[in-house]
Design a protein around this ligand. Structure first.
Ligand code: PLP
Length: 430
């Protein structure tokens, strides 16, 4: 570890004694002190005790501009009043029901209209949505193999960040190189006879906010369709872009698309939707002329809090017009970050789309996971701690999301902090 990084860890530990105590206590009962691996970092993560709007406050009383936005799930900011009021009203009337209630179909209508889906089904997380989408494709095609992207992430059991994870669901999976269409088409053709589905994020989110070339997605889906495979787009993070998600902005169409994160307004959420011919495999209605339908169970799939929050999010807070304007605002912020980086001589670049971006400690903006992996890990960490020390909370891996609660002053303060942090790192010869 460099001396600079050692000092950053020491200063962080000195500044955050209550967070350290909270971490020590948690570790006695939670392996690593958490149940969400991405939150773990050296020397220990902060413990947050409250949030309001675009601000987070930690156990030692420091307040940060929250530029992480819960890895995109916190798009609305903390405790958005309209969502809170809607959920509180709904829960006073009915909290847990083993039956149908109106908000479930209300949210389904909003989602089908917004994202151009024939049908949709709800789950509890993005992971489950992707598992169900893959399962649907495997049953519909009678095939078993999946092609995913090297660097793709579709949940804790569908993770391909650096090759398949040992925790992955046991599907036969072949990995394609992101943004390399020739190699990807060749891979699809090699697996033609047993290929059930391809699954892709229009922009690698966990993989570092690396947008696909639109032509890559279009040609990937065309090649998959030629061999009879189902095209799955994972828009768990990227459905926030434009009026109907990033895939539509890329002029591509999936057979099944998956959703999650911000749509639940802070409650656990996932959904998969798309073509009627595939989704109607779940149709159990007595009038259905299908010989058999697939089951899809889940006690909390239609829970009242999430369904109500989702209606408020899509119906009144993050409408298609708001989403369009927010995407443009995010692009503008990323361009300002890029201009700031250009004023410095450090090997740091920025990638992203709309309101999701990432700082990479590599000189040129990466377009594949392999390029992003060439980052200077120490420099990446120094940026994280440098921003924290200046009151800006981001992800250790460099991820940033612009949320609805950020004011122009918040974003200007973030740029000033990046500028100041890089100037200090330069002066120290980092
Ligand atoms: C693109 C993508 N898909 C799926 C998931 C999994 O969603 P969840 O954490 O809700 O299971 C994530 C989570 O970060 C994600 O970024």
């Amino acid at each position: 570890m460099t001396a600079s990084l050692e000092r950053a860890h020491r200063e962080f530990a000195d500044r955050n004694p209550q967070s350290r105590l909270s971490y020590v206590r948690a570790r006695t009962v939670l392996p690593g002190g958490h149940t969400r691996t991405v939150l773990s970092h050296a020397p220990f993560p902060l413990t947050f005790v409250s949030g309001e709007g675009a601000r987070l406050t930690d156990a030692d009383g420091h307040t940060y501009i929250d530029l992480l936005g819960d890895y995109s799930a916190g798009l609305l900011g903390h405790s958005e009043g309209r969502v809170l009021d809607a959920v509180a009203r709904a829960l006073r009337v009915n909290m847990s029901v083993g039956g149908i209630h109106p908000a479930e179909a209300d949210l389904a209508v909003l989602m089908c209209d917004r994202f151009h889906l024939d049908r949709v089904r709800f789950t509890n997380s993005g992971t489950e949505a992707n598992l169900m989408a893959i399962t649907t494709a495997r049953i519909a095609t009678g095939r078993s193999t999946i092609i995913a992207i090297d660097g793709g992430y579709h949940g804790g059991v569908l993770s391909y960040a650096h090759g398949p994870s040992p925790t992955n669901a046991p599907y036969p999976v072949a990995l394609a190189t992101f943004n390399d269409i020739d190699a990807t088409v060749e891979l699809i053709e090699r697996h033609a006879n047993d290929l059930a589905a391809v699954i892709v994020e229009p922009m690698l989110g966990s993989g570092g906010c690396l947008p696909a070339f639109p032509a890559y997605i279009q040609q990937l889906f065309a090649a998959a369709r030629r061999v009879g495979a189902v095209c799955i787009a994972d828009e768990v993070m990227t459905s926030r872009h434009g009026p109907s998600g990033l895939l539509h902005l890329f002029d591509a169409e999936a057979d099944i698309t998956t959703y999650g994160k911000y749509i639940g307004g802070g409650f656990s959420f996932g959904a998969f939707g798309g073509r009627a011919a595939l989704l109607d495999l779940f149709d159990t209605s007595p009038s259905s002329d299908r010989p058999a339908s697939i089951g899809h169970a889940g006690t909390f799939n239609n829970n009242i809090a999430t369904m109500t929050a989702g209606c408020s999010v899509l119906g009144e807070v993050f409408t298609a017009d708001v989403a369009t304007a927010h995407t443009a605002r995010g692009d503008e912020f990323r361009n300002t970050v890029a201009a700031c980086l250009a004023r410095h001589s450090l090997p740091i670049s920025v990638t992203g789309y709309g309101s999701m971006l990432a700082l990479h400690a590599v000189a040129r903006p990466p377009t594949t996971m392999a390029e992003a992996d060439r980052r200077d890990h120490h420099l990446q960490e120094l940026i994280f701690f440098g921003l924290l020390g200046r009151g800006i909370y981001t992800a250790p891996r460099g991820m940033i999301t612009v949320g609805l609660a950020h004011t122009d002053d918040d974003l200007a303060a973030a740029i000033d902090a990046i500028d100041d942090c890089l100037a200090e790192l330069e002066s120290r010869g980092a």
